[in-house]
Ligand binder design. Structure first.
Ligand code: FEO
Length: 392
């Protein structure tokens, strides 16, 4: 990719990673991603906002041939998909200084082995003049690590938000065109890396909204010409109430748990409750994470195997607990042959979610009429709680 002009003296650099399918060896990327960097030429100083994934070094350094001098590398986030090319940039432009939050400085010394003297640290609200352009830094911790900040180019009203408002989407569009696709990708991104820090994200949203940006330029995915679109979406995801939705991740070995799940799904639909069923054998965990953004209730279903819940259910429970969705109610279902350890183990794995536990349903062997009546009672309880909370 060649540098793309956004406005006079402001360019998008970086690369589009069409083929990447996993991030952090954890997060599925069905649509690839991009690593966006931005170059700002002020009347006196030139600044680069973020860099590129190290594997893209060759393409990125070629883009920097458009300048012969660099004053600042503004590093908004220490994660290597944005900071990884800083050592190569400093090799090419030894005069440049790396502008970071105080916390980021230590992290980049650890992660990139950069010497202390290359850094300039900026406090929350501090500005940096490039001559006719001014960068204002706003500390926004936990979007997505504790050191993260955003930069606001005051004269052009562009917010460089790094991971905040990002979407893992490989696209040749510089600006958002397909809003539905970007919304979905941004929600997946939010769910997977920011949902655990909702309360802090809410505060960061307030800080960012006060800037009244006209463009939001994240470091993944296309640029927003309509900042309200993505800010309102984040407000809804972060602060909005959950929906009348049950998310039901499950796995089944010999059909018993699957029959229980299918019965619950039908019973919930009959009671006017939306439900999303995820078979953990084939699930895209990103889709499960997206569903968790809105869910009022999670019911996790697993057979007992090897003395406890199925490992796939353990993984789903661990992930759900780590993502800290705003669910209000939890329950567990499953079947067992001779020993039932599923409920206590899964309950323990979900302990950080402050939700009310609704009576689990377990069957010894294949589900019976009594099992299905218990599942009906579970559906009754869920529907009643959603109604009482004004969700349906
Ligand atoms: Fe895009 Fe947290 O790195």
């Amino acid at each position: 990719m060649n540098p793309i002009k956004i406005k006079e003296n402001i360019y998008r650099l970086g690369s589009i990673d069409w083929d990447r399918r996993m991030f952090d060896a954890l997060i599925p990327l069905p649509d690839g991603t991009s690593y966006n960097a931005y170059l700002i030429k002020g009347s006196e100083k030139t600044a680069l906002i973020d860099t590129d994934e190290p594997s893209m070094k060759e393409e990125f350094m070629k883009q920097l041939e458009m300048i012969d001098h660099l004053d600042y590398v503004v590093s908004l986030h220490a994660e290597q998909d944005h900071s990884g090319c800083i050592p190569f940039v400093l090799e090419r432009f030894p005069e440049a200084r790396v502008v970071v939050s105080p916390k980021c400085k230590g992290m980049e010394m650890d992660l990139l082995h950069l010497p202390e003297e290359v850094f300039i640290t900026v406090e929350d609200g501090e500005t940096l003049s490039l001559g006719d352009k001014t960068l204002r830094f706003v500390h926004t911790p936990w979007v997505h690590w504790p050191e993260t900040m955003v930069a606001f180019l005051e004269e052009d009203k562009i917010l460089f938000s790094c991971d905040f408002f990002g979407s893992h989407l490989a696209t040749s569009d510089l600006f958002v065109k397909d809003k539905i696709k970007v919304y979905e990708a941004a929600k997946r991104y939010y769910a997977e890396i920011m949902m655990p820090f909702r309360r802090i994200i809410s505060k960061n949203l307030e800080k960012v909204m006060a800037l009244n940006a006209e463009l939001i330029a994240p470091s993944h995915g296309p640029i927003y010409r309509d900042p309200a679109m993505i800010i309102e979406a984040h407000k809804e995801w972060v602060d909005g109430p959950p929906k009348n939705l049950v998310v039901l991740p499950y796995i089944s070995m010999h059909e018993s748990t699957r029959l229980m799940v299918e019965h619950l799904v039908g019973a919930l639909i009959d009671r006017g409750v939306e439900v999303m069923q995820f078979n953990l054998e084939v699930v895209d965990l990103g889709k499960l994470a997206i569903a968790l953004v809105d869910a009022a209730t999670v019911v996790l279903a697993s057979p007992t195997v090897l003395g406890g819940p199925h490992p796939a259910a353990v993984y789903a429970a661990f992930l759900t607990n780590a993502l800290r969705p705003k669910v209000r109610y939890l329950s567990i279902m499953g079947s067992y042959g001779w020993a039932d350890r599923t409920v206590p183990v899964i309950s323990g794995l979900l302990k950080d979610i402050k939700a009310e536990i609704i009576e689990p349903v377990v069957a010894k062997g294949a589900p019976t009429g009594e099992t299905f009546r218990a599942i009906d009672r579970l559906a009754d309880a869920i529907a009643e709680k959603h109604r009482a909370d004004g969700l349906q």
